[in-house]
Design a protein. Structure first.
Length: 511
C-alpha cells in the first residue's frame, strides 16, 4: 500500500471541503483507513484495480496535525500537516519563473520564513518510467525558507503570501507548470480529438510518422545535449554584450533548435504532461487553479478559447469538483525586436477575457502593464500575484467588492451624432485616468472594417468618447489591439483597462 507522492510531511490539506487521500496498492489489501486524530476525522478507503481512495469530511483550518494511513499492521504517519487553503499554480514559464530570479526575490527569500506558506513542486519529467518514479520519491512539501523557496513559482509565492495574511491560515501551492508548453500538453488525448482541436494531434502525428519510440528518444536526447551547449554560449554572449541583437547571437552561437523534435520524450508534445504531471497530483483537493499560460498557443489563437474551455472542464472532472476555481492571468504587453506579427497576443487576451465572461467560477487578472519589451519573462511578478489575490478575494472568497478587484472592462457602445463612438465600461465605481498612450490605443473602423487611430479621446466617468477624422461614420472600436504598447488607461484601483474589440465581442452569461 502506497500513498501518492504528493502526500508527505508538511503538506497542506484543503479546509472546508471533502479531502481526498489516495494511492496505489497490490490489490490484496482488505481495508485501508485514513485519519487525522487531532481533528477526530477518519474515513475508510475504496479499493479498485490497484488504486485506493478515501474521502475525509470537510475540516476547519489547523496549523499542525497528523495524517495517518493504515492497512493492517502497516501504518504511515505524516507529521506537521496543516489544513488551510491549497491552490495549484499551472501554466508555462511565467508561472514557472522562480522566486530567486524575481526582481525582489532576494529580499523575499530573506524574510519568507515568517510567512505561513508551503509548496509542493510537481516533478518535471516528460515520460512515465523509472526517472519519474525516482523524482516523485524525492519530492515533498516544504515550508517557506531562504534555501527551500528559491525555486518556488514567484507568482505563486506572492499570491500565497498575501492570501495567508488575509485569511489567517496556512496556504499551500502545488507548482505544476513547464516553460514553453501549449495548453494542449495538459489535457488527455480524447479532449483534443474534436474538430476544433484536432490540428494539435495532426501536427504531432505528422512529425513522428514512421519513427519508433527508440528513435524519438534518441533524437530528443541529442537535441538536449546540443541545446544545453547552445544555451551556454548564448549566456556568454549576453554577459559580454547585453545589447547584442538576436541575429548577432545566432551568428555567433549557431542554430537555435528549441523546442526540439516532437516525440514521446518532448514535454511540448500534446497530452504528455497530463499523464506525467496532472494525473500524478489529481485529485488532491484544492480550492482552485492559478493559470498563467497562452504565449505558446499564439500560433493558433482562434482555437484557444475552445482549448481552455476543454481544459477547465477536464480538470474539474478529474478533480471531481465542478466548482473548482480558475483564476486566469491575461497576458501582458510583449513584443521583441524583429517581431513581424503584431496582434496574436491580442487574440489570446480576448479568449482569456471570454473565458472569464462565460465559464463559471473563473477570474481574470489583467496584467497589461506587467510586460517588458524584448523580455518574454518580466522580472517583477509581485503585481501578477497581487492581482490574482484580488480576484480570489472577490470571485472565490467573497471578501472584497468587485469594484476594488476588477479592471475596467468593456460594457457596451453607441454611436452619437453620427461621428462619435461612445464606449461604456463596466466597473464604473472607480474613476479612470489616461495619458497620451491611452489615446493612441483606441482605433475606429467604419462599415469597411478598416481601422484608423483615434484623433480625439475624452474620458467622462465610465464613458469614453472617441473620434477619428478618417472615420466619419464609425461602426466598431478597439482598444490596445496589439501585442505591445504603453498601457495608458487605469482605474483608481491601479488596474489597467482590459483590451477589447467590438466587432467580435462575446458577452454571454457564465455557464
Amino acid at each position: 500500500m502506497k500513498t501518492a507522492p504528493i502526500f508527505s510531511d508538511n503538506m497542506v490539506l484543503q479546509r472546508h471541503k471533502n479531502i481526498r487521500v489516495f494511492g496505489s496498492c497490490s490489490g490484496r489489501e482488505q481495508r485501508i483507513t485514513v485519519s487525522i486524530p487531532e481533528l477526530h476525522a477518519s474515513a475508510e478507503a475504496v479499493i479498485t484495480d490497484g488504486r485506493w481512495e478515501a474521502v475525509l469530511p470537510a475540516l476547519p483550518e489547523c496549523d499542525c496535525c497528523t495524517l495517518v494511513v493504515a492497512c493492517g499492521a502497516i501504518q504511515k504517519q505524516f507529521s506537521n500537516v496543516a489544513v488551510g487553503e491549497v491552490w495549484l499554480a499551472g501554466g508555462q514559464s511565467n508561472m514557472e519563473f522562480e522566486l530567486r530570479n524575481d526582481r525582489h526575490g532576494t529580499d523575499e527569500l530573506r524574510k519568507c520564513a515568517d510567512e505561513n506558506v508551503r509548496y509542493y513542486y510537481t516533478p518535471k519529467v516528460s515520460m512515465l518510467g523509472d526517472e519519474l518514479t525516482a523524482a516523485e520519491a524525492a519530492s515533498c512539501w516544504t515550508a517557506a525558507s531562504e534555501t527551500d523557496s528559491v525555486a518556488w513559482s514567484a507568482v505563486g509565492w506572492y499570491f500565497a503570501k498575501e492570501l495567508s495574511r488575509r485569511l489567517g491560515c496556512t496556504v499551500g501551492i502545488i507548482g505544476c507548470n513547464w516553460g514553453g508548453t501549449s495548453a494542449s500538453a495538459w489535457v488527455p488525448r480524447d479532449v483534443l480529438d474534436t474538430a476544433g482541436l484536432r490540428p494539435y494531434l495532426d501536427e504531432y502525428a505528422s512529425a513522428v510518422e514512421g519513427k519508433t519510440d527508440a528513435q524519438m528518444i534518441a533524437e530528443y536526447d541529442e537535441y538536449v545535449a546540443y541545446q544545453t551547449e547552445f544555451d551556454r554560449r548564448v549566456g556568454e554572449c549576453y554577459a559580454e554584450n547585453p545589447d547584442i541583437s538576436w541575429d548577432e547571437v545566432l551568428g555567433k552561437c549557431g542554430e537555435n533548435r528549441y523546442p526540439g523534435p516532437l516525440g514521446i520524450k518532448n514535454p511540448m508534445r500534446p497530452c504528455g504532461l497530463f499523464y506525467t504531471m496532472i494525473s500524478r497530483v489529481s485529485p488532491y483537493t484544492v480550492r482552485g487553479v492559478l493559470w498563467y499560460q497562452g504565449e505558446s498557443d499564439d500560433h493558433r489563437p482562434e482555437s484557444y478559447y475552445e482549448l481552455m474551455c476543454a481544459l477547465i472542464r477536464c480538470w474539474r472532472e478529474v478533480w471531481h469538483d465542478d466548482g473548482m476555481a480558475f483564476l486566469i492571468v491575461q497576458l501582458p504587453m510583449y513584443s521583441c525586436d524583429g517581431d513581424t506579427e503584431s496582434m496574436r497576443w491580442a487574440f489570446i487576451r480576448e479568449a482569456q477575457e471570454r473565458l472569464f465572461r462565460t465559464v463559471k467560477n473563473t477570474g481574470l487578472a489583467v496584467t497589461l502593464d506587467c510586460g517588458e519589451y524584448n523580455n518574454i519573462h518580466p522580472a517583477d511578478k509581485s503585481a501578477v500575484g497581487h492581482r490574482l489575490f484580488l480576484q480570489a478575494m472577490s470571485e472565490v472568497y467573497g471578501l472584497s467588492d468587485r469594484a476594488d478587484t476588477m479592471p475596467p472592462l468593456y460594457g457596451s457602445h453607441e454611436v452619437r451624432n453620427g461621428d462619435t463612438m461612445v464606449v461604456y465600461l463596466d466597473n464604473p465605481s472607480h474613476c479612470l485616468s489616461g495619458n497620451d498612450s491611452c489615446r493612441e490605443g483606441f482605433e475606429l473602423a467604419g462599415a469597411d472594417g478598416v481601422y484608423f487611430p483615434a484623433d480625439s479621446v475624452e474620458i467622462l466617468g465610465d464613458q469614453i468618447h472617441i473620434k477619428s477624422e478618417k472615420v466619419k461614420r464609425p461602426v466598431n472600436v478597439r482598444f490596445k489591439w496589439i501585442n505591445y504598447a504603453d498601457v495608458g488607461l487605469f482605474s483608481s484601483n491601479g488596474i489597467p483597462a482590459a483590451p477589447f474589440r467590438t466587432d467580435n465581442f462575446c458577452k454571454e452569461n457564465k455557464q
